[in-house]
Ligand binder design. Structure first.
Ligand SMILES: Cc1ncc(COP(=O)(O)O)c(C=O)c1O
Length: 375
């Protein structure tokens, strides 16, 4: 059997990784400023993370959600405390798309309506309702197009009010900072207007924090920069530092009932151990504060590069916009400078999504590699 060929691959085979350094099968070392697409939050192979997962595996790795699992309650409590989201309950699942799928489903159950408002350039995952709310025709199959989704632009105050008034909307879903789209974010005023109108018309506001959450933007959640309170928050990526896990934070106003949501693997013992380790390291090493500081440092350095036309994002969810498409630059950064970076739907944006442990000297190294390739 061969692999179903859906990924264009770089010619690199990582065999080990530590912190922000990846080593390939020829012993070459690369600096990881991509974090496997914003997944690596506390650094590769963090000792506390390894210890917690290994210890857990020695005890019990998995049992189903039909029995008590105190690790889930510990996780919910620690997450509530660190994120300052004590007014929410937690449902655990396995990925970002699944988190959004559950969020949209809950919104529909809660309101008994089915149309969704999403935003231009959004990315919410590749499953049924999540992909329908993703602004990319190419990954929406006819089966997904059956969903009712209206796409609006950020800052379209009038269009938003016209649509939300129509009485058939169950949810508004947005990324506080767009990831795949290319690091755009709505203004605080637009965000607060959305939140106010969702409340007024009884529509569920979903903040997709799959990429921007867990400290990446310099606060625990990116929506927290704008002082609003979504009804549902979805998480994944940095949550498990590479362990496949996702979650849905559901405001206590939305009530649970047996059987409403469910999953076989979600919230298993190993996944909980991984997430608890991530939360403990985020707290112990002040990594959210570090993300904030390193974001400022990065922007100061980027300002000095004449070819950079725009610096986008917050914390360690960053983008550099150039006047040319960045695909070739990314290749040269990997093969010549041994630095991994990310791309975006906006082909002119180079994305920087390192572990939140990154230091000034690492960013200095990136900028000198970038300068070499821009000569
Ligand atoms: C904002 C956002 N939501 C959802 C997803 C989907 O997550 P997953 O690939 O874990 O299904 C992604 C993935 O890139 C994302 O960036």
């Amino acid at each position: 059997m061969e692999l179903f060929d859906v990924y264009p691959l770089y010619d690199v085979t990582p065999v080990s990784a530590k912190g922000i350094v990846i080593t390939d099968d020829e012993g070459k070392k690369y600096m990881d400023l991509y974090g496997g697409h914003a997944v690596i939050s506390i650094g590769h192979s963090h000792p506390h993370y390894l210890e917690r997962i290994k210890n857990q595996l020695d005890r019990i790795g998995f049992y189903s959600n039909s029995v008590k699992n105190p690790l889930q309650t510990q996780l919910a409590s620690k997450l509530g405390q660190l994120s300052n989201c004590e007014d929410y309950n937690l449902f655990l699942c396995n990925s970002g798309a699944e988190a959004n799928e559950n969020a949209l489903k809950l919104a529909s159950f809660h309101t008994n309506k089915s149309r969704v408002i999403a935003f231009t350039n959004s990315f919410h995952g590749r499953t049924s309702a999540a992909v329908a709310a993703t602004d990319n025709e190419k990954i929406n199959a006819p089966i997904n197009k059956q969903q009712k989704v209206t796409f609006l632009s950020f800052e379209d105050f009038e269009g938003f009010e016209t649509e939300i008034k129509k009485d058939d909307v169950c949810a508004v879903i947005l990324e506080a900072i767009q990831g795949v789209g290319g690091l755009d974010e709505p203004s605080g005023i637009f965000y607060r207007q959305i939140a106010a109108l969702c409340k007024k018309y009884g529509v569920v506001l979903i903040a997709d924090e799959v990429q921007s959450g867990f400290g990446r933007s310099g606060s625990f959640f990116a929506f927290q920069h704008h002082g609003i309170e979504p009804d549902i928050i979805t998480i994944a990526k940095g949550m498990g530092n590479g362990f496949p896990v996702g979650g849905v934070l559901i405001h206590k106003n939305i009530k649970a009932s047996y059987g409403l949501l469910g999953t076989t693997f979600g919230g298993n013992h190993l996944a909980c151990a991984a997430v608890l380790a991530v939360l403990e390291v985020l707290e112990e090493e002040n990594l959210i504060e570090n993300a904030h500081r390193m974001g400022i440092y990065f922007k100061e350095k980027a300002l000095k590069i004449p070819q950079v036309k725009e610096i986008k994002g917050r914390g360690l969810m960053l983008g550099l916009k150039f006047e040319f498409e960045v695909a070739e630059l990314r290749k040269r950064l990997i093969y010549n400078q041994h630095i991994f970076t990310g791309g975006a739907k906006d082909k002119y944006v180079l994305r920087i999504l390192p572990a939140l442990t990154i230091k000034e000297k690492d960013l200095d190294h990136f900028f000198s590699g970038l300068k070499n390739e821009l000569l």
